[in-house]
Write a protein that binds this ligand. Structure first.
Ligand SMILES: [Zn+2]
Length: 322
């Protein structure tokens, strides 16, 4: 009996050692993370942040600031600068109880294979694309519009797409290109091509619509935040005393543009106006404490904006809750 007992112990020990050996990591390569969605409850409204992917920007894209200062700010925030300045691309699925609204849609395949996960993450979060009835676009840049379609087919077959009339006019007016400086025309034409492909299946079904200031869509108030693009808009939704603002691209960096909010970025079509808009909105958010949902702040991109001195700001992300 004693012998059998010892044998059992020996077997158990050896199998433990074997298991330990098998579990030993054979590689230090980064593992795939869990699905990129995060649910946040605001009053009666459920917001699901959907990650499209991680992007890296060149620090030289920041304007009106010395490169040395950019690097100092990034260092202060422990922002890894090896591959450039890390940003997220996020979209937001909003269940209002009456409507299922997608705010922005990610880049799909417009910017490369490292992006384009909005649809996969939407399904992983328990929803189906057919359930989405409304799509609100903050503007028509490819990392916001491309995700609505694939190969000429609508990814959200039952949805109506909304964008401001100012934005639609800027990108869809055939005469616009000739009004631009020569060096901007090729970039503009490339963007227009992506936009047209993305919206075509919705236009074919009369499901591409525009709005103007003062309009209300499914309970969302539209806010003019032009500058980054000529018809850039943000959206505000209220529930049980909480106000959530889907800000769009009034900010691209939780480090440099919070520390130095007067810093424009190369992507801004009107950099001066983009800075004015950010300064105005940040002051408002810091004073009134709205909940912010942002497409380019670290995933899930939901949080608050704080200022100690009214000049520089801090991004306060929401606390992960299971
Ligand atoms: Zn963007």
């Amino acid at each position: 009996m004693k012998h059998l007992y010892l044998t059992l112990i020996a077997l158990t020990l050896s199998s433990t050692i074997l298991t330990a050996k098998a579990a030993e990591p054979t590689t230090t390569q980064a593992q795939k993370q869990v699905a990129g969605y995060y649910q946040y409850q605001a009053g009666d409204i459920q917001i699901t942040a959907l990650l499209d992917g991680t992007n890296f920007m060149s620090p030289s894209l920041f304007k009106d600031i010395q490169q040395q200062q950019v690097h100092e700010i990034l260092k202060k925030y422990y922002a890894d600068q090896d591959k450039g300045v890390q940003t997220s691309i996020n979209a937001f699925l909003v269940n209002t109880g009456k409507s299922l609204v997608l705010v922005d849609s990610g880049a799909a395949s417009c910017f490369g294979a490292h992006l384009g996960s909005v649809l996969t993450n939407l399904k992983a979060s328990g929803y189906q694309p057919e359930q989405v009835d409304t799509i609100l676009l903050t503007h028509l840049h490819p990392d916001h519009v491309c995700g609505i379609s694939k190969d000429g087919k609508a990814n959200f077959p039952n949805a109506t797409v909304y964008v401001s009339s100012d934005e639609a006019n800027y990108w869809l007016d055939p005469k616009q290109a000739t009004k631009l400086p020569k060096d901007k025309q090729a970039g503009y034409e490339g963007t227009v091509k992506h936009i047209k492909q993305a919206i075509a299946p919705y236009q074919a079904k009369q499901r591409f619509k525009t709005y103007k200031l003062g309009d209300d869509i499914q309970g969302f108030k539209v806010i003019n935040t032009a500058g980054h693009t000529p018809g850039h808009f943000s959206y505000e939704l209220k529930s049980k005393g909480e106000s959530i603002v889907f800000i769009g691209d009034i900010v691209h960096s939780h480090t440099v543009q919070f520390d130095r909010p007067e810093t424009a970025i190369e992507y801004d079509i009107d950099p001066k106006k983009a800075v004015e808009t950010r300064l105005k909105q940040f002051a408002n958010f810091a004073k009134n404490g709205q909940t912010i949902a942002a497409p380019h702040l670290p995933f899930p991109g939901i949080g608050h904006i704080y200022s100690a001195d009214g000049k520089s700001y801090q991004w306060i992300p929401i606390h992960f809750k299971d």
